[in-house]
Design a protein around this ligand. Structure first.
Ligand code: SAM
Length: 230
């Protein structure tokens, strides 16, 4: 099995316990960061138009729900994991869900007003292709919102605490809740292999996105990027 297929298979396996494990392991803070992100993006949207918004790597649909709450936008969730989507469909019936990968989105060129991706981009193996794909489907000047755990560059006390929690505690609790310890060992490893904030700023620039807003939460545990297609 290829790396990307293995990742999707892993999400299929943990889908039934994903929401519960998330709440416990993050102490509910992941929801607050999603909520902050969606409140922030409101400042960038033109509500005079009928908006078409896509949440990529939507998982069980939390971000779709928040996006639906802020407007009467058409919200479409896209994810390659059928297991995660099955749960999303049961939770939210006013959102359209489609099976798809970030690097091959089922939308026409320049047709989307906003793309969001929360805690999902790390899992995309073909990251450059995905950024190109976001650029292709977004309308001119439309925004891309990425909320993610970026790799920390410094090795101070907070970073050490975070690493201890992610590498030693989280796999044990996540493993008990999901009966899949490997999935929760994958999380810290995927952060170690991911971009730092600075690397990602450059990456956005390279792919013709202009950074409009950046915020780091909880001493850099997680970061929000809002960029515009230029
Ligand atoms: C940690 S979950 C995040 C789900 C949701 N966005 C949230 O905020 O809870 C990561 C999601 O990324 C999806 N994913 C993995 N590879 C992907 C890819 N290449 N393209 C799009 N989504 C992908 C997984 O299926 C999974 O649902």
């Amino acid at each position: 099995m290829q790396k990307q297929e293995k990742i999707v298979q892993m999400f299929n396996e943990i889908a039934p316990s994903y929401d519960k494990a998330n709440k416990i392991l993050s102490f509910g803070i992941d929801s607050q960061w999603r909520k902050f992100s969606v409140d922030k993006i409101k400042e960038y949207l033109n509500f005079n138009n009928e908006l078409k918004v896509v949440d990529v790597a939507c998982g069980t649909g939390d971000m779709c729900y928040l996006l639906k709450e802020i407007s009467n936008a058409k919200v479409i969730g896209v994810d390659p994991s059928v297991g995660m989507l099955d749960i999303a469909k049961k939770r939210f019936n006013d959102v359209e869900f489609k099976v798809g990968y970030a690097n091959k989105l089922p939308f026409e060129d320049c047709s989307i007003d906003l793309i969001t991706i929360s805690y999902g981009f790390r899992n995309v193996v073909e990251k450059d292709e995905a950024l190109k794909e976001f650029y292709r489907v977004l309308k001119p000047n439309a925004n891309l919102l990425i909320l993610e755990f970026f790799r920390r560059e410094n090795n101070g006390f907070i970073a050490k605490c975070r690493d201890f929690y992610l590498k030693k505690i989280l796999p044990i609790i996540g493993g008990i809740l999901s009966k899949n310890k490997a999935a929760y060992e994958y999380l810290p490893n995927s952060i170690d292999e991911f971009y730092s904030n600075d690397e990602f700023k450059h990456k956005l620039n390279e792919k013709s996105f202009k950074l409009e807003f950046f915020k780091s939460f909880s001493y850099g545990v997680c970061s929000l990027f809002i960029a515009r297609k230029v």
